[in-house]
Design a protein around this ligand. Structure first.
Ligand SMILES: [Zn+2]
Ligand SMILES: [Zn+2]
Length: 340
């Protein structure tokens, strides 16, 4: 089969022929239809170590069709149209047992611990697969597995966003745009913050009531003025200390800051503000498996839209171009690689 293989940091993925994997006990062989291109893939190219040493097939935002299942698999079979969530949880640790499988103590990630979706086939534990209804477009649905689900979990489960609240979303890229959509779908008034007017226009089309270009105005003052004193919840989806500071500063007393963006850097925050104003600072990682059916329903009913957020549907051979465009900040929305 064709695969785009990661050989090490700084090198383009090598498009080459490798053997088709065989499904082991409890596993499914999935024929990949499409795979989204995520900033996490870029982090590996930039040197963040992967758990499985290269050669490794990257890609963790996958839709496909089950080709074959191994022994011991129930509830999913050949021909099922599925998405592959990025995280494989153990089901047995304390976190899994309390229903927080997204922070499983033994978690493995597709396209990191095991080979991922920039390939014609992959094998994964069948228990993680999420079946799609027939009315969803199979290629575009790839982004549900990460770009849609990660901010959905942040907005609903961590941020507990409710109708009528003010919400600020910092960073309206492939993930942030879905935080805008999710918060708007739950009835919040969303302020989209970015430095790219094209991303802000898309955010407005998808439910933001206000937009702020952070390169043009003082974000904190502007958001404070718009909301007469701060937002109920702010979501930081960039992963930079400077934007974390801004997001923290626009939260009203008693409000929530949800950290979704990844940063390896330290960030210092004013402890007195957290204490005196009872600000909740919450981390958010990926999505619990239990939340996927709700997301799929909201996509199927049109409450969450996929197509307008997909910037490009690329061929397999364009995967390195896609990564380069993402790196250069040229992408508005999410790129998907159409594999078959
Ligand atoms: Zn990702
Ligand atoms: Zn676990």
């Amino acid at each position: 089969m064709k695969a785009a293989v990661f050989k090490g940091p700084g090198q383009p993925l090598e498009i080459t022929e490798v053997g088709i994997p065989r499904p082991g006990y409890g596993e499914a062989l999935v024929k990949v239809k499409a795979c989204g291109v995520c900033a996490t893939d870029l982090h590996y190219l930039h040197g963040t170590p992967t758990f499985k040493k290269p050669p490794l097939i990257l890609g963790h935002e996958i839709s496909g069709v089950v080709e074959e299942v191994g022994e011991g698999v129930e509830g999913v079979g050949a021909g099922d149209v599925v998405i592959v969530p990025p995280v494989i949880s153990c089901g047995a640790c304390s976190r899994c047992r309390e229903g927080r499988d997204n922070i499983c103590e033994n978690m493995k990630m597709v396209g990191n611990h095991i080979d991922g979706g920039f390939a014609e086939y992959l094998t994964v534990p069948a228990k993680i697969l999420v079946k799609l209804p027939q009315n969803l477009p199979v290629h575009d649905s790839a982004i549900i597995s990460d770009a849609v689900s990660t901010p959905f979990h942040a907005v609903r489960n961590r941020g507990r966003v409710m109708g009528g609240e003010w919400v600020a979303v910092f960073g309206c890229g492939g993930v942030g745009i879905h935080a805008v959509q999710s918060a708007a779908a739950f009835g919040a008034s969303v302020i989209a913050v970015d430095i790219d007017d094209r991303k802000l226009r898309l955010a407005r089309e998808l439910g933001a009531v206000e937009t702020v270009n952070a390169s043009e105005v003082d974000v904190v003052k502007t958001v404070q003025r718009m909301t007469s004193g701060g937002v109920d919840a702010a979501f930081e989806i960039i992963g930079k200390p400077a934007t974390l500071e801004q997001a923290f500063s626009v939260v009203r007393p008693g409000g929530r800051l949800v950290v979704v963006g990844y940063s390896a850097e330290n960030w210092s925050l004013r402890a007195s503000r957290v204490m005196f104003r009872e600000i909740s600072v919450l981390g958010s990682l990926g999505c619990r498996l239990a939340e996927y059916p709700t997301i799929v329903k909201m996509v199927a009913s049109g409450r969450l839209k996929l197509a307008p957020t997909i910037s490009d549907r690329l061929s397999f051979d364009e995967v390195n171009d896609a990564l380069k465009r993402l790196e250069e900040g040229k992408v508005v929305g999410r790129q998907i690689v159409v594999v078959s």
